[in-house]
Design a protein around this ligand. Structure first.
Ligand code: SAH
Length: 352
């Protein structure tokens, strides 16, 4: 049993079952035993490898996409350049390197990171120097907002609901004789179609975040790109745990496994529309990177002697690697051109 399993069990014994969202929040962010609060899980030695950790060209292309959006909006003089959930700070470091080549851009940009983990804040400072940290999107100054988030939304707590003959009931973490187990809470008024046994998920913080970003971009200009794994109108139980690069039961080692859920891009897009901004159709990561010219970049890197570039290109874009599972979505002002590599959302796409 992990230290956190004991603490969670004691809490459930005292006050009753907790929602999956509460469970996820404790497991990831508990100040002493939480997964992100205590360790650096990224890269080969950690539990998983993210796109920016695979190769610098990922961050470079993200940086160029935001730089082009800045140019397309008339090079505003003072902008906020923001990354939520920056992990090791690699994506921001790679973006800033290419953005420095765009005259005026880095001088205009005030960089800020939204990070909940004190430990990762320290890792990010070591990487990026004395960078500003914010607790929430609400702390950003009122100016054009240029934002990129990679695998941020998938770490936000989700709730799950299961259809029963009585109606939707929330899936809760409670106790059995042997440990933590999933049970069903009281019936809730959820306005979604479903047959008995069906499970649906909701990520309230993810939708609130997308709406807040869109509201700022609609009011002050800017552009946001959110990249994550997931689909359109996600359905079913996607709650998962990853420990030492292997999937396991999310209740097995609280605090010692990364917990995530697939991102429902339809919910993010709907939130962005509520926020008053233009939003893109979701694009597969592989297609987006190709549209931004990753193949040309790989050739140049390989010619210059970067032996890992070709393999990294494959990992980032191939359909059986990250290319199809990961999607990107962009948000921009209705009066501005789309962010490079994205097309406006017109009709609802099929389940992706
Ligand atoms: N973007 C990085 C890391 C992704 S992991 C990469 O691609 O490598 C998720 C990141 O989000 C971690 O830095 C984690 O500490 C942070 N995070 C998770 N929940 C958060 C929250 N509610 N507020 C701020 N940061 C959060």
């Amino acid at each position: 049993m992990t230290p956190l399993a004991g603490l969670i069990a004691a809490r459930i014994r005292a006050t009753g079952p907790i929602s999956l969202a509460e469970y996820m929040r404790i497991c990831l962010m508990d100040g002493r035993h939480g997964y992100y609060a205590t360790r650096d899980p990224f890269g080969r030695a950690g539990d998983f490898t993210t796109a920016p950790e695979i190769h610098q060209m990922f961050g470079e292309l993200c940086g160029l996409a935001l730089a082009q959006a800045w140019i397309d909006q008339g090079r505003p003089e003072a902008i906020a350049l923001v990354e939520p959930g920056p992990g090791r700070g690699t994506l921001m470091a790679d973006m800033l390197r290419v953005m420095a080549r765009v005259p005026g851009l880095t001088d205009a940009a005030e960089v800020a990171l939204i990070e909940a983990s004190p430990h990762l804040r320290q890792v990010q400072r070591e990487r990026l120097g004395d960078v500003r940290h914010l607790d929430t999107i609400e702390d950003i100054a009122d100016k054009p907002l240029f934002l990129i988030g990679n695998e941020f939304i998938d770490a936000l707590p989700i709730r799950q609901f299961q259809m029963t003959p009585e109606g939707w009931r929330e899936r809760m973490v409670g106790l059995s004789e042997t440990g933590l187990r999933i049970g069903l809470g009281p019936v809730v008024p959820l306005d979604r179609p479903g047959r008995p046994g069906d499970i649906v998920e909701d990520c309230p913080e993810g939708a609130a975040f997308a709406e807040a970003v869109a509201r700022r971009i609609a009011a002050h200009g800017g552009a946001a790109i959110l990249i994550d794994y997931g689909g359109w109108n996600g359905y079913g139980d996607t709650f998962q745990a990853l420990r030492d690069h292997a999937p396991e039961d999310p209740l097995a080692h609280p605090g010692e496994a990364d917990l995530t859920a697939h991102v429902d891009f339809a919910a993010l897009a709907a939130a962005a529309v509520r926020g008053g901004a233009a939003v893109s159709a979701p694009v597969r990561q592989g297609d987006w990177l190709e549209a931004l010219g990753i193949s040309a970049r790989v050739e140049a890197l390989a010619r210059a002697g970067d032996a890992g570039a070709v393999a990294a290109h494959r990992r980032l874009t191939h359909p059986q690697e990250m290319g199809h599972l990961f999607k990107a979505i962009a948000i921009w002002p209705r009066s501005a051109p789309p962010v490079p590599g994205f097309a406006p959302l017109e009709a609802h796409a099929d389940d992706a």
